[in-house]
Write a protein that binds this ligand. Structure first.
Ligand code: CP
Length: 320
């Protein structure tokens, strides 16, 4: 499915209220800011997570058809911290292995009185298809193919806001395999919606997503030029699972040309933060000491993922 054919229209009801979270296209600055504000309220002054009773009458099912460490576990923790009954559906041992269709599986789970489905799938648009075909259940997209990863983008925005306060004046560089990255696609949308004036996409030509420059977005093949004086650097891994074997770059060559080293980080503003959605491939897209260095906020992104996922579930449940 082509990315630009996937519509998020059904995620808002006639009153403009969020009823699914499928992607960030179509959501206003007010929608995004509200999610970030609710997430902020779920963190105390030290950045520790609070608990809520918001979903104590609800059941949430995690359906991860693709591997995940961060998203799956933080959704589970977020569900528990909002007092939901959360079920991790064991897809490896489910009736999908006996050729039950995806929709039949979803209808079966719905009959178990599940209120929300969290879905990760390799096929772009799969959560949208489920949302269109199953009524009265909220669908949360936890990453679909190369299309979107909305809660990752929201946790990234929360992290940026914690350090940089406003988006308008920021220069944000996204470095790496942008073409295959649902994180980048949702992140670019979030940055645009929140008013970021200078978004820089740094990638080898074969891994660029936006081929056209516009007022807000500038593409770079040269990392040194792209990083100059930026406030935020978001590093992406090579998503080999979405590449043809012949297109996979040589890792050493890639690191030499695009790896984030301390020398390259020094080209950014002194207070620049280093982000990465994970999983990290040390020595490929980022030097290990940069990933663990003082400017890295990578593990804070993980914690923020819980607050953002709690916030989204509360909002979809009509509790925030
Ligand atoms: N960032 C991210 O989606 O990580 P996982 O694949 O571990 O969920």
């Amino acid at each position: 499915m082509k990315k630009d054919l996937i519509s998020n229209d059904i995620q808002l009801n006639a009153s403009g209220k969020l009823v699914h979270l499928l992607g960030l296209e179509g959501l206003s600055k007010q929608h995004l800011t509200h999610i970030l504000d609710v997430a902020d309220d779920l963190l105390d002054a030290q950045g520790n997570l609070k608990k809520s009773k918001a979903l104590d009458d609800m059941s949430v099912a995690n359906l991860f058809f693709e591997p995940s460490t961060r998203t799956r576990n933080t959704f589970e923790i977020a569900g528990k911290r909002t007092s939901a009954n959360i079920i991790n559906v064991d897809l490896a041992n489910s009736a999908t292995k006996k050729n039950e269709s995806l929709l039949d599986t979803m209808h079966t789970l719905k009959a178990m009185q599940i209120d929300m489905f969290v879905i990760r799938h390799k096929q772009s648009g799969l959560p949208h298809y489920v949302a269109e075909n199953i009524g009265n259940v909220a669908i949360l997209n936890a990453g679909d193919g190369i299309n979107a990863h909305p809660t990752q983008a929201l946790l990234d925005m929360l992290t940026i806001r914690q350090y940089k306060k406003n988006f308008e004046s920021l220069s944000v560089a996204i470095v790496g395999d942008i073409l295959h990255s649902r994180v980048a696609h949702s992140g670019i949308q979030a940055l645009k919606t929140l008013g970021t004036k200078d978004i820089r996409l740094i990638a080898p030509e074969g891994l660029q997503y936006e081929s056209k420059n516009c007022d807000t977005i500038k593409c770079f093949t040269d990392i040194e030029t792209g990083l100059k004086d930026c406030d935020v650097i978001m590093v992406l891994r090579l998503q080999k699972e979405r590449m043809m074997e012949a297109d996979i770059p040589n890792e050493q060559e890639y690191f030499d040309n695009y790896g984030l080293t301390f020398e390259r980080l020094a080209l950014a503003k002194p207070g620049a933060i280093v982000m990465h959605p994970g999983p990290i491939n040390r020595g490929v897209e980022i030097d290990s000491s940069v990933a663990d260095g003082e400017q890295s906020v990578i593990l804070q992104q993980v914690t923020n993922g819980i607050a953002v996922r709690m916030a989204v579930m509360e909002i979809l449940a009509g509790k925030s």
